[in-house]
Design a protein. Structure first.
Length: 221
């Protein structure tokens, strides 16, 4: 694995949760609290996870920190890390799947979509999806970061003056956001495939610039 591909994979460990952060930080009483929570979770929490995995891989040849703890006889700590990680990851995924499913289907209840997501995840786990985790993280590191670029670019172009009334948002598909996202994903994939630059960062920049340019042009019409 090249250095650039490794960076893309590491970004994939937190990219999905990063785009979902606003789902939870919107409950914060102050903006500062939301920023602190994200900093603790992503910089410290995710950073320690990657650090522990890197150290265990270099020192013991085992990249799975939980497996290493179990092998050293530290069963209690191993189970603690295992269930803590599974609980946190699956809770995030279930919430996001329920919200996205309800929004797409224009349904009020999120429960059926959460149950469906759990069923799909369980089937994939039984089929051995963990064997493809590196490729999956690399894919996430390519597809998710451009979403952030589109959000930033669109905000710079249209939303700095405040949030418009929902009644004015009548577009079912906003091509000024979709096109930059697709372009950002393609450029990020090429960057990762050929080791040119850092794929996630490249995707963000391309999507950001594209969304900003198209957003400004659309606003002038």
């Amino acid at each position: 694995m090249t250095w650039a591909a490794a960076v893309t994979t590491v970004v994939g460990t937190f990219a999905s949760a990063g785009t979902q952060a606003a789902n939870w930080t919107r409950f914060a009483k102050r903006g500062r609290d939301a920023v602190i929570a994200c900093g603790l979770g992503f910089v410290i929490g995710n950073g320690l996870m990657v650090f522990f995995g890197a150290v265990s891989a270099l020192a013991f040849g085992e990249g799975d920190f939980t497996t290493l703890l179990l092998g050293m006889g530290m069963i209690g700590w191993g189970l603690f890390f295992l269930f803590g990680n599974l609980w946190k990851s699956n809770a995030d995924a279930a919430y996001a799947f329920g919200v996205a499913g309800a929004e797409l289907a224009n349904a009020r209840r999120k429960g059926p979509f959460i149950i469906g997501g759990v069923a799909i995840g369980t089937v994939l786990a039984l089929l051995g999806v963990e064997g493809h985790i590196v490729g999956y993280l690399s894919l996430i590191g390519i597809l998710i970061p451009p979403v952030g670029g589109v959000l930033i670019g669109d905000w710079i172009a249209r939303w700095r003056g405040g949030q418009p009334a929902l009644s004015t948002l009548t577009e079912k598909v906003r091509w000024q956001a979709l096109v930059p996202y697709v372009l950002g994903c393609v450029v990020a994939w090429v960057s990762n495939e050929y080791g040119i630059g850092i794929a996630p960062l490249t995707g963000i920049v391309v999507a950001l610039v594209g969304a900003w340019v198209l957003g400004v042009r659309a606003g002038r019409r």
